[in-house]
Design a protein around this ligand. Structure first.
Ligand code: GTP
Ligand code: MG
Length: 355
């Protein structure tokens, strides 16, 4: 029987104090630096730790142990296959979208251990989908969920508990008490891009303690876009975004979680295509594995398109966005009340127009 190397080391090094040769003083020192879990450690380099006053040898040992625990080091193909076997898929609660999101493994939904991006213009339904995923992530695995809770980093103050309750009501798991869906959501508002970064940097412990399996950043780019204005700020903006996205991918891998980001499309016309371009440029594009473009149609119609991804073929399909959230027709037929008999049309009155 093969052993998942990550599980092996995770069990071995549950806390930083479990790593051989690490004493209470180092644990305390790391805590001062905001490093409280093994997953935290892996986001640091040995040099960072030495700079903060931790001995060379200890720093190396710490980083090596942390990397083993979350498998962010060189890894053999067969071990990688083992890790991939643990990859799960989170249902979106929308059958047509899940169908589009079917990977080579046959699993349907948003893959864990990676970042999924929803992008589209204002009102296309990115935040509505995030609310919906807050519900589906809490569903048991046999219903396509991850059986875990959700961390929602809200940068535009759009999170509405009432909407979660409303959407939860259509899922049998929550039908008896849709309010229950709120208990599994941890919400944090980010007021600036720096605040947003810090919230995620400090999230390891919360994620671990609450069995968070879905991390949402809605929206990833709004603060960055507002704060880093002008060409001269493009490079520092991309550098910060890069760092932020890497933290996110590490968390998704360490906790076998789904990471979701939203992104508005830029209205700047592009000389080469009429396609809207997501904000954030190449960095976001290269790190996000699954990219879903939402296009607004008439009224409640939305067209969702999967862009090329290593996990899924390209494809698009229509869906509805309304009080039930994002769904295909078959998702709500069991809830539809029968159409009331139409009132008989009154006989049209005769018009007598005197000229
Ligand atoms: P930005 O954040 O502005 O870029 O937009 P977004 O893509 O996040 O849009 P959002 O998810 O907030 O979608 C809002 C849209 O959802 C509304 O304009 C409505 O068209 C649609 N919607 C349909 N039914 C409902 C409903 O019952 N409640 C709400 N809040 N929105 C609904
Ligand atoms: Mg939004």
């Amino acid at each position: 029987m093969t052993v998942d190397p990550r599980k092996f080391y995770q069990a071995k090094y549950k806390t930083i104090g479990d790593i051989p040769g690490v004493g209470d003083a180092t644990v305390a020192k790391l805590r001062e630096l905001g490093i409280t879990t093994v997953e935290n450690l892996v986001t640091m380099s040995a040099r960072d730790l030495v700079k903060e006053g931790i001995g060379d040898e200890t720093a190396d040992k710490l980083i090596a142990a942390a990397r083993k625990a979350i498998a962010l080091t060189f890894i053999k193909g067969n071990d990688l296959l083992e890790l991939r076997k643990n990859q799960m898929a989170l249902t979106t609660g929308c059958t047509a979208l899940d169908k589009l999101l079917t990977g080579p493994s046959g699993k349907s939904g948003l893959p864990t251990q990676s970042i999924s991006e929803f992008f589209g213009e204002f009102g296309s339904g990115k935040s509505q989908l995030c609310h919906q995923l807050c519900v589906t992530a809490q569903l048991p695995e046999e219903q396509g969920g991850l059986g875990g809770s959700v961390l929602y980093i809200d940068t535009e103050s759009v999170f509405l508990p009432e909407r979660v309750i409303e959407i939860a009501a259509r899922f049998p798991h929550f039908a008896d008490d849709p309010k229950r869906a709120l208990k599994g959501i941890i919400m944090a508002q980010a007021f600036t891009s720096e605040h947003q970064i810090v919230l995620l940097e400090a999230a390891d412990e919360i994620i671990k303690d609450n069995n968070v399996r879905l991390i949402i950043i809605d929206s990833l780019t709004s603060h960055f876009r507002g704060e880093y204005i002008g060409r001269e700020n493009l490079a520092p903006r991309q550098q910060k975004l890069n760092q932020h996205m890497h933290k996110l991918i590490r968390l998704a891998m360490a906790f076998n979680a789904v990471a979701v980001i939203t992104n508005q499309v830029s209205t700047t016309p592009d000389a080469y295509s009429f396609e809207p371009k997501p904000i954030g440029g190449n960095i976001v594009g290269h790190i996000a594995h699954t990219r879903v473009f939402i296009r607004k149609g008439r009224n409640t119609l939305r067209i969702l398109r999967i862009l090329a991804s290593p996990f899924m073929p390209e494809g698009e399909a229509p869906m509805n966005l309304d009080k039930y959230g994002m769904h295909s027709d078959e998702d709500i037929t069991h809830l539809e009340e029968p159409e009331p008999e139409p009132e008989p049309e009154p006989e049209p009155e005769e018009f007598n127009i005197d000229i």
